[in-house]
Design a protein around this ligand. Structure first.
Ligand code: ZN
Length: 138
């Protein structure tokens, strides 16, 4: 069995951002040489997510609005976590949107549904953070 590990780094200019990382994951799968297997893609931070959904800007704004209703950033004093920091909402948003995805690799390619794309979800950006890509198979 082959295995391959790669880190993807991000430093978003905004606090909240969604980035389509499907091309970088495809590249990692190519680099791995794996034709049949699985790829795990996970945020390595507890205030960021990796999720699969549609690459549609209206939907992305809907996610942001919905998450802001569920866990408003302000006032930061409403959260017990925010003693010396201000990112409690980002922890909660990450939990809803998920830590990781696993995608099948078939014939050397990501075996995604027709509209499925892989996203990095940032909820406390403006600093360097990373995603782990782990490919296993043969
Ligand atoms: Zn925190």
């Amino acid at each position: 069995m082959k295995s391959y590990r790669k880190e993807l780094w991000f430093n978003t200019p905004t606090r909240v951002a969604f980035i389509n990382i499907t091309p970088q994951v495809e590249e990692a799968v190519r680099e791995s040489g794996v034709k049949e297997g699985l790829v795990l893609v996970n945020a390595m931070h507890i205030t960021a997510s990796v999720f699969i959904n549609d690459d549609e800007s209206g939907l992305h704004q809907d996610f942001k609005d919905w998450l802001e209703k569920l866990a408003p950033h302000e006032p930061v004093s409403q959260y017990r976590h925010n003693v010396g920091e201000d990112n409690a909402d980002a922890h909660l948003k990450r939990q809803i949107m998920g830590r990781e995805v696993v995608v099948a690799i078939t014939d050397g390619r990501l075996d995604l549904g027709p509209w499925e794309q892989i996203f990095y979800g940032e909820f406390d950006g403006r600093r360097r953070k990373r995603v782990l890509v782990k490919v296993i198979g043969e």
